[in-house]
Design a protein around this ligand. Structure first.
Ligand code: TRP
Length: 359
C-alpha cells in the first residue's frame, strides 16, 4: 500500500511557532524522509469559512500568508503538493455522502468541536457547516487515501472520527477508503505551546503569538517580554520554572549543543533550571539565551520567506497546479465511492441495460 500524507491548516492568520513545533516542523521532516509516495498539504479555506462566514476577506487574505509560511518552513513544492481546499469540489461532494454515516450525537461528542463551540460563543447558534466540519475533514483525508496525517494534538478527535467514517463506509458499501493514522509531536511541550503571556495556547485573538514571519527584532522583543515567574524579583531570589514561559520554550527549542555555543558556563538545561530554582540567575540572561536559540531556528525560515515574497506569481502557480493535481486524485476516489454506493448509473452497463431490475 502506498504511504500518503494529507494535512492542512485553516487560513485565518499567519502561522506561528505553535503551528511550527506542533506540526509544521514534523511535516518537513516527513517530507525529507523520502518515505512517502505522495504528500498533500491543504490550505483549508472552506473549513475556515465554517466559522468565518461573515469574513470571507480574512480567509482570502490569508491564503498567500499560509502558502508563504509553508514554503518558508521548508516544504518543498518539488516534493509536496500544496493546494486550496475550495478548488477541489469533490471534497464537498464526498462530505454530503459521509453525512449519512454520522449521527448528530456523535458530532456533539467530538471534544474539539465542543471546545470550539464554547470558545466562539456558538452555544445557541451553531452554524450547521461548523458543526459538521469533522465530516468535511474526513473527506479531505480520505479523498487522497491518506495513511498519515501529521497534525497538532487538538486534531486527534478529528482523525478518530475520520477513522470511524472509513470503517462505516467500508462495512456498508465496499472496501474503498483507507483508515488514516495521526502523527503528533513526541515532545509533550510541543503539543501545546503556551503563548508568550503564559496563556493556555498561542492564539491570534489573544495577541500572544510569535509568528514565523516575525522579524529578528520582533522576536527579540517578544522574548524579552515573556512571562516568567512574577515572584522572581531580584536575581538572588529563587525562581520557579513551572509555568515559566522561558523555560517551557527552552524545553521545546533547546538542544544540548546550544550550551557550548551560547552559554558555555552551563552544561545542560537541567543545570540551568537548577541554578534558576536555587536563585542567582536573572531573567535577562535566560531570555537572551532563548532568543539566541530561537533565532538560530527561525532565521532561515524568515530568510526563505523573504525570498518567496519576491516570487508571488510563482507561488500562485504552485497553488494552481497543486489544486489541479489534488482534484484529479480526489475525483478518482469519488468515482470509486459513487460506484460502491451504487450511484454510478450511466457508467454501469448493467443498470443501463435494465434499470428496472439491476441491483
Ligand atoms: N482542522 C485543521 C485546522 O484547524 C485543518 C484541516 C482541515 C485539516 N482539513 C484537514 C488537518 C485534514 C488535517 C487533515 O488547522
Amino acid at each position: 500500500m502506498q504511504k500518503i500524507i494529507l494535512t492542512g491548516d485553516r487560513p485565518t492568520g499567519r502561522l506561528h511557532i505553535g503551528h511550527y513545533v506542533g506540526s509544521l516542523k514534523r511535516r518537513v521532516e516527513l517530507q525529507n524522509s523520502g518515505e512517502f509516495d505522495k504528500i498533500y498539504i491543504m490550505i483549508a479555506d472552506a473549513q475556515a469559512l465554517t466559522d468565518n462566514a461573515d469574513h470571507p476577506e480574512k480567509v482570502r487574505q490569508n491564503i498567500m500568508q499560509v502558502a508563504l509560511d509553508y514554503l518558508a518552513a521548508g516544504l518543498d513544492p518539488e516534493k509536496v503538493n500544496i493546494f486550496i481546499q475550495s478548488q477541489v469540489p469533490e471534497l464537498t461532494e464526498l462530505s454530503f455522502y459521509y453525512m449519512n454515516l454520522v449521527t448528530v450525537s456523535r458530532l456533539q461528542r467530538n471534544p474539539t468541536v465542543k471546545n470550539e463551540i464554547i470558545m466562539r460563543n456558538f452555544e445557541t447558534s451553531i452554524p450547521v457547516g461548523f458543526f459538521t466540519y469533522p465530516i468535511s475533514q474526513a473527506s479531505d483525508i480520505t479523498a487522497f487515501k491518506a495513511t498519515t496525517v501529521p497534525v497538532g494534538e487538538d486534531q486527534l478527535p478529528m482523525i478518530e472520527q475520520a477513522r470511524e467514517i472509513v470503517r462505516k463506509f467500508n462495512q456498508t458499501y465496499a472496501e474503498v477508503l483507507v483508515e488514516p493514522e495521526a502523527v503528533i509531536p513526541d515532545n509533550e511541550i510541543c503539543k501545546r505551546l503556551p503563548g508568550i503571556d503564559g496563556g493556555a495556547k498561542m492564539s491570534k485573538s489573544l495577541g500572544n503569538c510569535i509568528y514565523l514571519a516575525d522579524s529578528a527584532e520582533e522576536l527579540r522583543q517578544k522574548v524579552m517580554n515573556m512571562y516568567t515567574d512574577p515572584n522572581h524579583i531580584r536575581v538572588t531570589d529563587p525562581g520557579n520554572i513551572e509555568g515559566n514561559v522561558v523555560f517551557i520554550y527552552l524545553d521545546a527549542f533547546c538542544k544540548p549543543e546550544h550550551f557550548a555555543k551560547y552559554l558555555p558556563e552551563y552544561e545542560s538545561l537541567d543545570a540551568l533550571k537548577e541554578h534558576y530554582q536555587r536563585g542567582g540567575l536573572g531573567d535577562v540572561k535566560i531570555k537572551k539565551f532563548l532568543y539566541a536559540i530561537m533565532d538560530e531556528e527561525l532565521a532561515p525560515i524568515r530568510e526563505r520567506r523573504q525570498e518567496w515574497e519576491k516570487r508571488i506569481p510563482e507561488v500562485i502557480e504552485i497553488l494552481k497546479k497543486g489544486s489541479i493535481v489534488a482534484e484529479k486524485a480526489a475525483a478518482e476516489t469519488l468515482s470509486e465511492v459513487k460506484k460502491a454506493m451504487k450511484i454510478d448509473y450511466f457508467a454501469d452497463e448493467e443498470w443501463v441495460r435494465d434499470p428496472l431490475n439491476a441491483v
